[in-house]
Design a protein around this ligand. Structure first.
Ligand code: ATP
Length: 232
């Protein structure tokens, strides 16, 4: 079995706040894994560890076969964002991507056109991003993460605020990426946001894993109180 992520006993504190407490997480190659939990559960903290924005205080974290150390570092093959993709509203979609590509040392000429096509934004590529719907911005954010052909894609609140059509489009892109071997981990406040898309789900609550497994088995395994907690 090839794991994109293997976490065992991962712990992370900010001062007195224990944001993650002995977390275990397995994400296989080509798996779409949902990370669900209420405010303050630790989702963003865990995604930040995967992206190399911070490092664990304790425990073992292996990403794409490499053990993560105790200092923040770039994780080769991992891309994504926490708290929004950071786009320039006055620039066109193409210019946004070309700028990011240059900053990351990626040859933009062909790659920008490819990722625009992958997320279905070719027709609006030369329009300024400020006129884009939320769904289009989300897909452009996804395109920016895809520029470097990541093997692990990390997305925070990926379908937050999307209308049903926007969600369907985003889900179709992610499903296709997973089919071709990309592992994806995406967070949400809501179980119903991720259960149709994800084959595995981890539910966090106040820094601890309260459930991990296929979404269909959730109702049987988690006490009714906890189940309601993640649906609100
Ligand atoms: P939300 O859905 O609201 O984004 P979350 O599940 O992503 O919540 P985190 O943002 O990971 O949760 O926060 C987990 C806990 O860690 C919270 O108690 C939060 O206040 C705390 N925390 C996170 N980052 C920091 C930080 N940089 N400094 C201090 N405390 C932090």
């Amino acid at each position: 079995m090839t794991y994109a992520v293997r976490a065992r006993g991962v712990t992370k504190s900010f001062g007195d706040v224990l944001a993650l407490e002995t977390i275990d997480l397995d994400v296989e190659r080509g798996e779409i894994h949902g990370l669900v939990g209420p405010n303050g559960a630790g989702k963003t903290t865990l995604l930040g560890l995967l992206l190399g924005l911070a490092s664990p205080d304790a425990g073992s974290l292996e990403i794409l076969g490499t053990q993560v150390g105790r200092a923040p570092s770039v994780h080769e093959g991992v891309a994504g964002f926490v708290e929004g993709p950071g786009l320039y509203p006055s620039l066109t979609a193409r210019k946004n991507l070309a700028t990011l590509a240059v900053l990351r040392g990626i040859e933009p000429r062909t790659r920008v056109a490819e990722v625009l096509h992958e997320v279905g934004l070719t027709e609006v590529a030369d329009e300024p991003v400020q006129g884009f719907s939320l769904g289009m911005r989300q897909r452009l954010g996804l395109a920016s993460a895809l520029l470097g052909r990541p093997r692990l894609l990390v997305l925070d609140e990926a379908s937050n605020g999307l209308d049903p059509a926007g969600k369907r489009q985003a889900h179709a892109v992610l499903t296709e990426l997973a089919r071709t071997g990309t592992s994806i981990i995406l967070s949400s406040h809501r179980m119903d946001d991720v259960e149709s898309l994800c084959s595995e789900v981890t539910i966090l609550d106040t820094g601890r894993v309260v459930f991990s497994g296929p979404p269909a088995t959730l109702a049987a395994e988690v006490p009714a109180l906890d189940y309601r907690l993640v649906l609100t």
